[in-house]
Design a protein around this ligand. Structure first.
Ligand code: X8Z
Ligand code: ZN
Length: 607
């Protein structure tokens, strides 16, 4: 978080924001020093950066302790540190207005703009309300982190989210899956009321800062008008929708074959508990049900990792060694000493993976309850992408220590993971031989079940939140609006009857923790654009899905150059530096999966 610099939360945004923030505990402290009272923009910014760096570090430390040891006390300490950070940011953003219309350097203008946009959680100026908001934010994330399902009541054995996800991935018993799905979705109704108040207070803060609402503020962070950004998202969705539709039709047909027409009807949405994932956001766990009769991909990475007794640390080492092969440094010793890789037995932690930049310099960390499977093998690369980005921009001025936009932060590690090809696995000794070409469809199908299946989910989470923040969807319709969107975009339906007593959006981490989600949709598209550019740089000329940039220093150099730019330039310039293109573009993901699309359309025509 950067705001935390938790980057699962990314952005400067982070910068402000995410979960917690707090009030001016110390009203006697001058908000800024003398430069605040002069018209010297450079002096003002220098002071602001110093002050924000200090408050961000304090918040990061408090939030790290909270996230790795959830108690009332640690929640309170983190909320307080967040209040202080938000208070200072709000105040500085307001003071920055005095430079409006002045003749400033492009850098000064950019920094002032970033300052005004930096909060993910805008809060009211009223200290009491601000504190109320940061407390709610901390407690919702804490409640999510503590969430469990106890099938036999409080005195029986309870299942953590990790346990539940494992069952969702492996069970093929629809009744058991429904029970597990419903069990997890019981964690969020207790904070539904809090969420209503959270929206109210955060919107108040956004309005005081000159935005229509919190959603409009989030959409303003992309170097374009907020409406243009929403249109850009829709343009990209329309580009990829035909690919999703082909995958969806094939998947529904195979699930209907497996479970029967009473459970999966071919003219109805797919029940959301049958796709191998709690949120039906990635589907590769049901790959075995969908694998082509001829042309299976030929290896099972989960089995390989388990059979070798790979441990959590070794999983992280695999990720690190990919980056070092590109010419990046090894992770600092403190990373290994301070990170959390496994779920502690004796306390509650926020298990959702995140990469931290505690001091905005070298104190990077990973917090993840690593499970030994292919999904987490990929997630480790995802998280280390955040950490390597953080280290690459550490020498930028503080306000530029973030990614070009938040989707860039999310896309880097995934770009690297696209290079985890069979040829790469052979090179590092995880498989003995590269499967025949006939295995390519299986490989691509497995990958599409993660990357393509994710797209509508990535798109709809913030469609929901934008409507909630704008008031288009009120508290009486929270759950209905959520499922309307899930049916419209993903084509899934809830496995059990729902009502407004439920709060299903809150059973997703990013809603409970106030982490924006549009970033993941964009990252799912951008990572293929990055991959295409790096493969070109590496001189690879075969099909995109066969390219691995492992060991290629030229590609590594190209990547490093972009990462080091941080947030210093509008994102189209960063994109151009790496890809030569200045627009986000879905042709790379479409090219990557082109052979699979042809195959899926053939299968769908045969039904
Ligand atoms: O939250 C994450 C990362 C941390 S930034 C593990 N992801 C999204 C999710 O889990 O919903 C990665 C892809 C989507
Ligand atoms: Zn991430």
């Amino acid at each position: 978080m950067r705001q935390h610099r938790l980057i699962c939360l990314g952005l400067i945004s982070i910068l402000i924001g995410i979960s917690v923030m707090s009030s001016c505990v110390n009203p006697g402290t001058p908000a800024t020093n003398s430069a605040a009272n002069t018209n010297d923009a450079a002096g003002f910014l220098g002071d602001a950066e110093k002050r924000l760096l200090d408050l961000n570090i304090k918040f990061s430390r408090a939030d790290w302790v909270k996230s790795t040891f959830i108690t009332d006390d640690t929640e309170s300490l983190s909320a307080q540190a967040n209040t202080d950070l938000i208070a200072a940011t709000t105040e500085l953003a307001e003071q920055a207005r005095k430079f409006d219309g002045q003749n400033l350097s492009p850098d000064e203008q950019r920094k002032l703009k970033l300052l005004k946009l930096s909060l993910t959680l805008p809060a009211p100026k009223d200290p009491k309300e601000r504190e109320e908001l940061t407390k709610i934010a901390a407690s919702m994330e804490g409640d999510y982190g503590k969430g469990k399902y106890c099938p036999d009541g409080e005195n029986g054995k309870c299942l953590s989210l990790g346990d539940l996800e494992e069952i969702m991935a492996q069970s093929r018993d629809p009744e058991q899956l429904k029970k597990i799905w419903s069990g997890w979705h019981q964690i969020s109704p207790p904070f539904r009321k809090d969420y209503v108040r959270f929206v109210e207070l955060s919107n108040k803060g956004a309005k005081e800062m000159g935005f229509k609402d919190t959603g409009a503020m989030w959409r303003s962070k992309y170097d374009m008008e907020p409406d243009a950004f929403a249109a850009e998202m829709e343009r990209l969705w329309q580009q990829v929708k035909p690919l999703y539709d082909s995958l969806y039709t094939y998947t529904r047909h195979k699930l209907s074959e497996k479970y029967g027409k009473d459970v999966v009807a071919e003219d109805k949405p797919i029940p959301a508990h049958l796709l191998g994932n709690m949120w039906a956001q990635t589907w590769s766990n049901v790959y075995p049900l969908l694998a082509p009769a001829t042309g299976d991909r030929g290896y099972d990475l989960t089995q390989i990792l388990k059979s070798r007794n790979t441990d959590a640390k070794q999983m992280v080492r695999y990720g690190e060694s990919f980056f070092t092969s590109l010419g990046f440094e090894q992770l600092p010793q403190t990373f290994w000493e301070r990170s959390l890789f496994t779920k502690p037995a004796d306390r509650d932690v926020v298990c959702h993976a995140s990469a931290w930049d505690v001091d905005f310099d070298k104190d990077v960390r990973l917090k993840m309850c690593v499970q030994i499977n292919e999904e987490d093998f990929t997630t480790v690369h995802h998280e280390l992408g955040h950490n390597y980005y953080q280290m690459a921009y550490a020498s930028q001025p503080f306000l530029y220590r973030d990614s070009a936009n938040d989707a860039f932060h999310e896309a880097i590690g995934d770009t690297i993971a696209l290079s985890v090809t069979p040829a790469y696995l052979k090179q590092i000794g995880l498989i003995d031989k590269v499967p025949e070409q006939s295995a390519d469809i299986g490989f691509l199908l497995n990958r599409a079940l993660d990357k393509v299946a994710f797209l509508p989910f990535g798109y709809l989470v913030d469609q929901w939140r934008w409507k909630v923040f704008s008031g288009e969807v009120g508290p009486n319709d929270y759950n209905k609006a959520w499922w309307d969107l899930r049916e419209k975009y993903q084509g899934v339906a809830p496995p059990a009857p729902r009502s407004e007593a439920d709060f299903d959006p809150g059973a997703k981490y990013h809603v409970a923790s106030n982490t924006p989600y549009a970033r993941y949709f964009l990252a799912a598209i951008l990572q293929f654009q990055f991959h295409r550019a790096l493969c070109r740089e590496a001189g690879f000329s075969g099909p995109l899905y066969q390219c691995s940039i492992y060991g290629n220093k030229k590609a590594g150099e190209k990547l490093k150059t972009m990462l080091a730019m941080g947030l210093s330039k509008p994102w189209p310039e960063a994109l151009k530096a790496m890809t030569g293109e200045d627009k986000m573009d879905a042709t790379a993901i479409i090219d990557y999966f082109a052979p699979l699309k042809t195959w899926l359309d053939e299968q769908n025509a045969k039904k």
